[in-house]
Design a protein around this ligand. Structure first.
Ligand code: NAD
Length: 485
C-alpha cells in the first residue's frame, strides 16, 4: 500500500499536535478502481505548522541565501528527481492511470526541466539594477541614484491539480524557490504520490527546514482552503478549475493576498482548407485525446472550413475509433461527469461520429474509469457541451466559411487559454493568430512549449502569466531604492 506523507519544517508525517492527524482517505487506482494506498488529511494544525515553518525558514538560513545558492539547490533537486526517475514515472502513472510512456516522456522530464530552467534563469537576472535619475523625469530637486531590488514575496501557497501532478506542482515550486520564497504546497488529493517523492528529494538536497513544505488533503473546507485563506500566506499560485479559482480569490481578498491562476479552458482549433490536412488531423488527435483529454490545453472545439469539413470529420472519427492505448478518467466522479456530457450532447442534438460511451477491454480496466475518445458534430454554439469545459476525450467539430467567422467562433467562449490554427497561408496565420482571445496560439502545432515563453490564460482561464521571467516577476516584489547623491 502506498502512503503519502506530509513534509513540514523538514520532518515527514502529520504534526503530532494535529487533532485530525490520524484522518486518512483512500488512494484509488483509476485503472481498475482498487484502493492502493492511503493519504493523510491535513487539518488546521498541520497547515498552521507548515505556514509557520515556512515563515521560520525565511527568518532563518533560507532567507539569507543568494541566487547562486538557490540555483545550486534547484540543480540538486533536478538531479535528485533524475536519480529516482523510474520511481517518479511509476508513481505518476500509478496515481493518474496515464500510460507510463506519457509520464516518462512528458511529466517527469518536464518536472526536472522546471528546476533546471529556473536555476538557469536566475543567472540572467541580476537582483540589482542601477539607473541614474534622468532630468525631466524627476519630481523634487536634486539628483538621485535609483536602483531596484527584488524581494521574495514570503510564504507562497502552491495548490495544484491531478492531471499533470508533478509537472504543474514544480512549474510553481521551482520559480517560487528560485525567487527566494518559502513554499507550502498542496497537491491534488487524487495524486499525492509524486509530491511526496519530491519532498524526499528536496529533503535529501539539503534545503533548510521549512523552505519547502507539503501538506495533503482535500480542497473545499479542508487543507486547500485552510492554506489559501491563511493570514500567514503572502501569495497564492493555483492551477485548477475556474470555479475553484474564484472561490480561492474570494477568501484571498480578506488578506489582499496576490494570486497567480492557471484555470480551465474550452480550447478551439481552426482548420483552414489550405492546411496540410494530414498534419491537422494528426495534430487534432493529439490535442483532443492526449491524456484522454485531461490537459488544460486540450482542444474541445474544432472549427473546419466547409470545403474540407466532411473529409476532416471522417478522418478524425476513424482515428478516434482506432485509439486503444489511452488512460482512464482520474476518478469515478470525473468519469460520471464526462459521461453526463456525452449524454447531454446527444440530448442537445449532437451526432456521435465516434465513441460516446464506455469502452470494453475484457480485462481489469473494465472496473476502471474509462470513457471512449469521442467526436461529435451538429451542435450550435449555445449548447452547454460547447460552452462548458468537459476535461475528457471529447471534441466537437463544426464548419465555418470565412476567416472572420472562424475567429468569431473561436472567441465565442468565456475561456481563453489556448488555440490552434492550421493553415499553409503564412499571411493568414499572422492575421488570425493575434485576433484569437487566448493566452497561447499555436500555428500548425500543438503543445510545443518553450519554458521561457509566457504561459497563462485570458478571460476565465487565468490571472497572470507564468513561465520564464514572468514567474520570477510574480514570485518577487520590485523595490525602488532612491539615494540622493
Ligand atoms: P480543482 O480546481 O478541482 O482542484 C485543484 C486543486 O485545488 C486541488 O489540489 C484541490 O484540492 C484544490 N481545491 C479545490 N477546492 C479548493 C478550495 N475551495 N480552496 C483551496 N483549494 C481547493 O481542479 P482539478 O479537477 O484538480 O483539475 C482540473 C482543472 O484544472 C480543469 O479545469 C483544468 O482546465 C484546470 N487546469 C488548468 C491548467 C492551466 O495551466 N491553465 C493546467 C491544468 C489543469
Amino acid at each position: 500500500m502506498k502512503t503519502a506523507r506530509h513534509y513540514v519544517g523538514g520532518a515527514f508525517g502529520p504534526a503530532p499536535s494535529d487533532g485530525t492527524a490520524i484522518r486518512t482517505f483512500p488512494l484509488v487506482d483509476p485503472v481498475d478502481g482498487t484502493v492502493v494506498g492511503k493519504v493523510p488529511e491535513a487539518g488546521h494544525e498541520t497547515v498552521d505548522a507548515a505556514v509557520a515553518a515556512a515563515r521560520g525558514a525565511l527568518d532563518g538560513p533560507w532567507g539569507n541565501t543568494g541566487p547562486e545558492e538557490r540555483a545550486a539547490a534547484l540543480r540538486r533537486i533536478a538531479d535528485g528527481i533524475e536519480a529516482r526517475f523510474d520511481e517518479f514515472a511509476d508513481a505518476e502513472a500509478g496515481d493518474t492511470g496515464k500510460p507510463r510512456g506519457l509520464a516518462a516522456t512528458v511529466d517527469i522530464p518536464r518536472a526536472i526541466g522546471n528546476f533546471r530552467a529556473y536555476a538557469e534563469l536566475l543567472h540572467g537576472r541580476p537582483e540589482t539594477s542601477y539607473t541614474t535619475a534622468v532630468p525631466g523625469w524627476s519630481t523634487g530637486t536634486g539628483k538621485a541614484l535609483n536602483y531596484t531590488v527584488r524581494r521574495p514575496l514570503g510564504v507562497v501557497a502552491v495548490v495544484s491539480p491531478w492531471n499533470l501532478p508533478l509537472l504543474l506542482l514544480t512549474w510553481k515550486v521551482a520559480p517560487a524557490l528560485a525567487a527566494g520564497n518559502a513554499v507550502v504546497a498542496k497537491p491534488s488529493e487524487e495524486t499525492p504520490s509524486t509530491a511526496t517523492l519530491l519532498a524526499e528529494v528536496i529533503d535529501a538536497a539539503g534545503l533548510p527546514a521549512g523552505a519547502f513544505n507539503l501538506v495533503h488533503g482535500h480542497g473545499t473546507g479542508a487543507a486547500g482552503e485552510f492554506l489559501t485563506s491563511h493570514p500567514g500566506v503572502d501569495a497564492i499560485a493555483f492551477t485548477g478549475e475556474s470555479a475553484t479559482g474564484a472561490a480561492i480569490m474570494r477568501k484571498a481578498a480578506d488578506h489582499l493576498t496576490p494570486v497567480s491562476f492557471e484555470l480551465g479552458g474550452k480550447n478551439p482549433a481552426l482548420v483552414f482548407a489550405d492546411s496540410d490536412l494530414d498534419a491537422a488531423v494528426d495534430g487534432t488527435v493529439r490535442s483532443a485525446f492526449t491524456h484522454s483529454g485531461q490537459i488544460c490545453l486540450c482542444t474541445e472545439r474544432v472549427y473546419v472550413q466547409r470545403t474540407v469539413f466532411d473529409e476532416f470529420v471522417a478522418r478524425l472519427g476513424e482515428r478516434a475509433r482506432e485509439l486503444t492505448d489511452y488512460g482512464p478518467m482520474i476518478s469515478a466522479a470525473h468519469r460520471d461527469k464526462v459521461l453526463s456530457y456525452y449524454r447531454l450532447a446527444v440530448d442537445e442534438g449532437a451526432t456521435v461520429v465516434a465513441g460516446g460511451g464506455v469502452p470494453s477491454f475484457g480485462d481489469r480496466r473494465d472496473r476502471g474509469f474509462y470513457v471512449e475518445p469521442t467526436v461529435l458534430t451538429g451542435l450550435d454554439g449555445r449548447a452547454r457541451t460547447m460552452r462548458e469545459e468537459v476535461f475528457g476525450p471529447i471534441c466537437h467539430v463544426a464548419p465555418f466559411d470565412t476567416e472572420d467567422e472562424a475567429v468569431a467562433l473561436a472567441n465565442d467562449s468565456r475561456y481563453g487559454l489556448a488555440a490552434t490554427v492550421w493553415t499553409r497561408d503564412l499571411s493568414r496565420a499572422h492575421r488570425v493568430a493575434p485576433r484569437i482571445e487566448a493566452g497561447i496560439v499555436w500555428v500548425n502545432c500543438w503543445n510545443l512549449r518553450d519554458l521561457r515563453t509566457p504561459f497563462g490564460g485570458i478571460k476565465d482561464s487565468g490571472i497572470g502569466r507564468e513561465g520564464g521571467t514572468y514567474s520570477l516577476d510574480f514570485f518577487s516584489e520590485p523595490v525602488n531604492i532612491c539615494v540622493q547623491v
